[in-house]
Design a binder for this molecule. Structure first.
Ligand code: CA
Length: 222
């Protein structure tokens, strides 16, 4: 399993991001300290680093400089509320691989994480990391298509994120709030019916009966 080191001192964001990454099947370690981040990044076992710029002790750019100075080549995605061009240039020229400005939707962050994640050479057969299966459903994480009833169907970005969340939690009831957080991001209006709308889109692609409505609770992939 790939491990992401989340370096973020804001508890709400750290918790939101790590929950989402875990739901997406990744292992997560969290620290709010730049110094601890440098120490951890220089050890084995981290496949990608999400690095906040504003940290209480050593700022994100300094952390990046130190770990690259130690010869650590682990992919780094910088997170910051500051979206100025100077920050972007500083982050990328300092050895960051990508840059995500806050506020962001979780889906966008996850897409970047997947793109930048160091390839896993240890998966037996090489195929298990790129496809999720549940009964006769197959979700291809690279092409972002789903196989249902023997044919491949294209998915929009949101449909894909929703399908992935259901596939990784097959058989479990997922509430609208959980789905909103995983697919649309923490700041989305919880009163919105967007989840129901996208569940109906997904049903039209994979078959209505596969996504069960659990009255008063949410939805379940059966
Ligand atoms: Ca911060």
């Amino acid at each position: 399993m790939s491990t992401v080191l989340v370096v973020e001192d804001e508890a709400r964001i750290a918790s939101f991001v790590s929950k989402g990454l875990r739901a997406a099947g990744l292992s997560v370690e969290v620290t709010g300290s730049g110094r601890q981040a440098v120490a951890r990044a220089c050890q084995e076992g981290i496949d990608l680093i999400l690095l906040d710029v504003g940290l209480p002790d050593v700022d994100g750019f300094e952390v990046l400089e130190r770990i690259r100075g130690q010869g650590v080549s682990t992919p780094v995605i910088m997170l910051t509320a500051r979206s100025s061009v100077e920050d972007r240039v500083a982050g990328l020229s300092g050895g960051a691989d990508d840059y995500v400005a806050k506020p962001f939707a979780f889906e966008e962050l996850l897409a970047r994480v997947r793109l930048r994640m160091r390839p896993q050479g240890r998966e037996p057969g090489g195929g298990s990391a790129t496809r999720l299966t549940h009964r006769d459903l197959v979700l291809d994480l690279r092409t972002r298509r789903i196989l249902a009833d023997g044919s491949w169907r294209d998915l929009s970005a949101r449909e894909f994120a929703l399908a992935e969340t259901f596939m990784r939690n097959a058989g479990m009831v997922l509430s609208r709030e959980q789905l909103l957080g995983a697919v649309w991001g923490i700041d989305f209006d919880p009163g919105s019916n967007v989840v129901d709308v996208y569940v109906s889109y997904l049903r039209s692609k994979i078959g209505r009966e596969r996504l069960e409505t659990v009255r008063g609770m949410g939805y379940r992939l059966v």
